[in-house]
Design a protein. Sequence first.
Length: 262
Amino acid sequence: MSGQHPDVVEIAPDGQSIKVEQVRFLKSEFSKSGVEGARKVFIIEQANKMTTSAANSLLKFIEEPSGEVTAFLLAENRSLMLPTIVSRTEIIELKPLPKDRLIKELTEQNIAETDARILTRLTNDMSEIQTLVDNNWILDAHKALEKWFITATTGDITAFVDVQTRVMALAKDRFYQEKILDLMMLYAMDLLELKFDQETITYEANRRQLQELADQTNVRQLLAVADVLLPLKHQLSQNLNFQSVVEKATIKICNIFKMRGR
């Protein structure tokens, strides 16, 4: 849990959340004397993923720190954090790396530009990007979700089978499950972009198929697809079963496109 420097302690989510036991570990480390100096530093990655009990435990520590302590709480969304913790911190907002620059860096690492554009729509975090590139996950996900989306948007219920045979093999844990839902949503957004004659889309390699689909579909149906997909990440955060969530969404999308032309 700690890094190379003896006076720096770092914790990150254990699975889906930061648990109270991890904060207790943090506090126990700071009850010890510094090795190289009086000041100690702790870093909490994805601090917005602390459980309520973990956040309350940290709050007590922040209110009454022992010794010289500097704390860094890294969070993508501070609105998900305990307000009493936020009120006791100095907020520093870091701007993400511009997408064009990030795409350039990825292509210089021999990642195809089409894949680089997809990756940068998913995250600006280079470590996350590397995770998605490892073992060709992003390539496999692109192929699987292309098949799933095209099948579902023709009203073909065999897309339900694609969830079981193609999508679930990629859904290793919550991290990958969330990225799958993001990729699905990007397909829906591309259809809307093409419907309104926008040039830039995420799935450039699928432009022809998506353009044909957008031309055959009305705006009401495209918005209905987005309405189906938008709540899925929230449902996942409520600990609903991933496969069940995606299968139900698949059936709804198939039903939307069975009504094409009505």
